[in-house]
Design a protein around this ligand. Structure first.
Ligand code: 5GP
Ligand code: ZN
Length: 114
């Protein structure tokens, strides 16, 4: 767990551009942005993926989602539209094993995703 890059970001051991800091949730800019706005919303606590959320984590799950919407508003992409992505497992493209919601905006997105 010590090696988890997002736990290191939460602790401040790894620098990041934070855009929101709550008691349980943090949001920071993606290091390799895939859109003009690309922010990651994560729980402070290490949770490996959506699959590790338990029945007692409803409030945390809601807070993560509401924070993603707050960030979209804050970044000014709410009116034109934005996309939330939660890759879960390697086949989906998850590369960091700490739950994160991608908030993507500022350009047009296609469907289906790649
Ligand atoms: P995933 O592929 O797991 O859904 O998304 C992981 C995201 O984390 C990628 O978009 C990647 O660019 C981003 N990322 C990986 N390491 C770091 C880091 O050290 N700092 C920041 N700010 N973003 C990171
Ligand atoms: Zn972690």
């Amino acid at each position: 767990m010590e090696e988890c890059p997002f736990c290191r970001i939460v602790k401040g051991d790894l620098p990041s551009q934070k855009v929101y800091e709550g008691e349980r949730v943090v949001a920071f800019r993606d290091i390799r942005p895939q859109a003009p706005v690309h922010v990651l919303v994560i729980p402070r606590r290490h949770v490996g993926s959506l699959l590790e959320l338990g029945d007692a984590d409803g409030d945390l799950a809601g807070e993560l989602l509401l924070t993603a919407v707050r960030v979209a508003r804050q970044e000014g992409v709410d009116r034109d539209g934005f996309r939330l992505v939660v890759n879960t497992g390697w086949r989906s493209g998850q590369t960091v094993g700490h739950l994160h919601i991608h908030v993507l905006g500022g350009r047009i997105f296609r469907w289906p995703p790649g």
